[in-house]
Design a protein around this ligand. Structure first.
Ligand code: C2G
Length: 157
């Protein structure tokens, strides 16, 4: 009987517009064990989730792959792959942010299930909203604003 030495953690997400909330949860998950596997949702799967992403899957996966505390990145293609992943990678802990609380309790049959507190006041959705607001400002208005700032700057010099 082989003694299991490495504790494996798995989590899932889109990680669009990677921000501090994403980093914090990955760091906390990694601290729970020895190996952290992150399943990154593909663009096709996000369409099924009704989620539009700004950053394409390949780039989101590459960013996560290069986060120090992440050991492995796999694609998330469907809602139904979690049991298979838990068994395939011999996972000890499945964990998500608490915006998913209770949604994956069925996995308790296969491994420990945890929901961690989200980082407040930051989300990809809000970042995208701000970008949309910003990009909705007519170019002329932005140029005018810069002109006014330039004038003020000259007056203060
Ligand atoms: N998160 C967080 N704090 C934030 C924003 C996000 O801790 N301020 C966490 C979420 O709770 C989640 C992870 O970061 O655990 C990734 O979040 P999303 O990219 O929004 O993931 P989502 O699109 O909800 O995908 O099968 C599950 C899905 O793939 C989850």
């Amino acid at each position: 009987m082989s003694l299991k030495t490495k504790k494996t953690i798995i989590t899932y997400g889109t990680f669009d517009m990677f921000h501090i909330g994403h980093l914090k949860i990955l760091q906390r998950l990694s601290a729970l064990g020895d190996r952290l596997i992150v399943a990154v949702s593909t663009d096709e799967f996000n369409k099924k989730k009704g989620k539009k992403t700004l950053i394409p899957f390949e780039q989101r996966a590459e960013i996560i792959e290069n986060i120090k505390c992440v050991d492995k990145v796999i694609p998330e293609l469907t809602w139904d792959q979690k049991v298979e992943d838990v068994e395939k990678y011999d996972v000890d802990v499945f964990a998500m942010g608490d915006d998913w609380i209770g949604k994956f309790d069925f996995l308790n049959e296969y491994c420990e299930v945890l929901y961690l507190e989200r980082t407040e006041n930051i989300s990809s959705t809000d970042l995208k909203k701000s970008l949309r607001k910003f990009s909705s400002i007519p170019k002329e208005d932005i140029l005018n604003a810069f002109e006014i700032i330039e004038k003020l700057k000259r007056e203060f010099e």
